[in-house]
Design a protein around this ligand. Sequence first.
Ligand code: HEM
Length: 382
Amino acid sequence: MLETRSSRQTLISPGRENMIVDHQQLKELARPLTLVGINRAAAETKATINNSVSANNEHLKQAEMAHRVAIWLSCVLLLAATCQGLKYGYYSRSCPPAEYIVRTVVGSAVRQNPGIGAGLIRMAFHDCFGCDGSVLLDPTPANPRPEKLGPPNFPSLRGFEVIDMAKTAVEKVCPGKVSCADIVQYAGRDASFFLSRGRVSYALPGGRLDGRVSLENETLAFLPPPSFNLTQLIGSFRAKGLSADDMVVLSGSHSVGRSHCSSFSDRIGTPPSNMDPRLAAALRRRCPANPTFSNDPTVVQDAASPNVLDNQYYRNVLGRRVLFTSDAALMTSRRTAAMVRDNARRSGRWEKKFARAMVKMAAIEIKNRANGEVRRNCRVVN
Ligand code: HEM
């Protein structure tokens, strides 16, 4: 259940340790727009999807059906909400292969390292307390402390290279059209698709613009830390228009990926927390008593199925086999405990709710022409 942490990212180029697609592949993905290119991108995407769900044909059929239903549902939702000017099929004229390209790049990355998929789902969340690609901006002399360096993001947030690759590939075929903010949300959607083996499947409206402001201290102000209790969690989601139900449903993504020991060390020492004593003992063997920046190993969040996005998280919450105070907090009110039990019970239902909540989250505080742009390079403002 435990994974080893390699090296820390540097301040200059956070995330470089996660370079997972080589330059030859990138060149392939970035070849100029031709009909053959689009068709091949589409075929590759389909092949990737098929690979991911090839465990059995029945599964594939279910995934395809679920995909259709999810698209239909998303469209209905979109018509109802109009999602702050976002549009389903936003790039159908300006850059038809955009979503295929992102999905192809993400599929390839997730196949090589499922952890990167988890990173991309988390990135979609961390960028979305204002979904504007601001989490991607590198430090510059003019802005030495961007969001990327905020404690919730540095050094744990991963997947930046995948966004760069998708952006490079998309820029080759339709320069200046597709925002980094949209790529982040499409990548989170596609990572969810692959890690859930096609069960989390939804259409996502596009049209976000990239922000020009990115401040480290906003990450602390808006992103909930793992030490939060239930009232604080609900408050931080409500501040961005998300309900307690959305919070509980989105927390289900803690069924994939990893955590550094420092994020839960308060729960494995003395006095003991309410964590399952066997899990606490395993974590104590893995983690130093006082993790430091240079000695902060990682562990998987869901020992039962670490690379599968599913409702196992809720069974872990019920079994007290979760890492964070914020995870355990879901059982501290009758209302949220009932939500946990409901999500744990029925496989398939949580996936649909998760898709809906991701679409809702991806519409938070969208930028307009006055305060947004389509960046040429996701790491720097134009
Ligand atoms: C409810 C409040 C939340 C808190 C307090 C929280 C906190 C955390 C923390 C501390 C980590 C581990 C970081 C590390 O040490 O490496 C983590 C990982 C993760 N979180 Fe959350 N999170 C929350 C909600 C969400 C939401 C809404 C999503 C996505 C929709 C999400 C997706 C993830 C994923 C996928 C990982 C694994 C990332 C990886 O493996 O790189 N979390 N979260």
